[in-house]
Design a protein around this ligand. Structure first.
Ligand code: SAM
Length: 339
């Protein structure tokens, strides 16, 4: 297993399969127009599998498919089958906004997907439409219901908590998750590329989330064992468990074993990174498995970033990347990086 300069292993890879999305969540894609990755640069499934093999040969054993919206990628179950057939990948997960889930969930399960996370920020239809710009809440709820019936090793719901927009729905979301058999994870609003409306005032911190929930439910027990997983887990007095991902106010760079591959093969070591390693060109120019693995291990072993911690210590924390820069380079966008 290779390690970076802070002894962090390379274990978890998020693969974005498309930069396209069928929602326009205001904390991620608030603009009217976007520059998209050119179609011919998008990796095909064989190319993704070749890169996945290079990564697993270096210790990656967890893969999460994401996007954009991954269910917009045609024939996604074929990619899942390819990856699920690789024993080195012990954990194969997908993050989706759920809009197309009802239609695809059985094929995803049949293809061998282990775990599923659905993003859901509100249970109110008017709010969903205001936040995501499409009236798709009924489709998302039907998708979650279908996923619960199909049965995955785990089903999670990820909620970005935004002050004044959905932060009065935390108990309702927990109750919904419990009924659906899904663990809810509350995510602090992050100042990632694309979050051009971000401000610290809109962030509801881990501490605030816990305070509000303990006002409603009583004492909350912290569960140990965050390891490298981003969510810290908790238990309510009634036994309901949930997570908080506090990347904005209490980042966990020291335990980060994640990296990200964009749909066009740019490998990013940190969600906050300004650039990454282009793997598409060597791959398309015929680099061997060993050459690709060598490139990856060289870059990982030099890794020294602590992006979220650096953001925390920046004196005047504001929008990370201005719109003009995002328009010049789609790779800076959260929806290209995969979240
Ligand atoms: N379309 C899929 C989905 O909605 O889950 C996958 C891609 S999306 C970029 C992945 C995750 O990133 C979602 O859970 C989304 O809520 C989260 N995300 C996007 N922008 C964010 C931000 N500014 N702060 C925190 N989380 C964010």
């Amino acid at each position: 297993m290779i390690q970076d300069r802070f002894e962090r292993p390379l274990r978890s890879l998020r693969i974005s399969v498309t930069d396209r999305c069928n929602l326009r969540c205001q904390y991620c894609m608030p603009e009217a127009e976007y520059a998209w990755l050119p179609r011919e640069s998008i990796l095909d499934f064989e190319e993704i599998a070749v890169l996945a093999d290079a990564f697993t040969s270096l210790g990656v054993d967890r893969v999460r498919l994401t996007g954009g919206e991954p269910l917009l990628r045609r024939d996604l179950p074929t990619l899942i089958e390819l990856l699920a057939a690789r024993p080195a990948i012990r954990d194969l997960a997908l993050t989706t906004n759920g809009v197309l889930l009802g239609r695809h969930v059985e094929a995803l399960k049949a293809a061998g997907l282990h775990r599923l996370t659905v993003s859901l920020d509100t249970l109110r239809r008017d709010r969903f439409q205001a936040l995501a710009r499409f009236d798709e809440l009924p489709a998302v709820l039907a998708g979650i219901d279908a996923a619960a019936r199909v049965g995955f090793a785990s089903l999670k719901i990820d909620t970005v908590v935004l002050r004044g927009r959905n932060d009065d729905e935390l108990p309702a979301l927990l109750a919904f998750g419990k009924a659906a058999g899904a663990e809810v994870r509350f995510i602090e609003y992050m100042d990632v590329g694309g979050a051009t409306d971000w401000s610290m005032d809109a962030v509801v911190s881990r501490r605030d989330i816990l305070a509000r929930l303990s006002d409603v439910y009583g004492p909350i027990e912290g569960l140990t064992g965050r390891d490298s997983a981003p969510a810290e887990r908790f238990r309510l007095p009634d036994g309901t468990t949930f997570g908080i991902i506090a990347s904005t106010t209490e980042p966990f760079c020291a335990a980060c074993d994640r990296s990200r591959l964009t749909a066009d093969g740019l490998w990013l070591l940190c969600l906050y990174a300004r650039g990454g390693l282009d793997l598409r060109h060597p791959l398309r120019e015929g680099a061997t498995h060993e050459e690709l693995a060598h490139l990856i291990s060289t870059v990982w072993s030099m890794r020294a970033d602590r992006g979220a911690e650096e953001r925390l210590s920046s004196p005047a924390r504001d929008v990370l990347i201005p719109v003009a820069a995002l328009k010049r380079d789609a790779h800076l966008e959260m929806h290209t990086r995969g979240g």
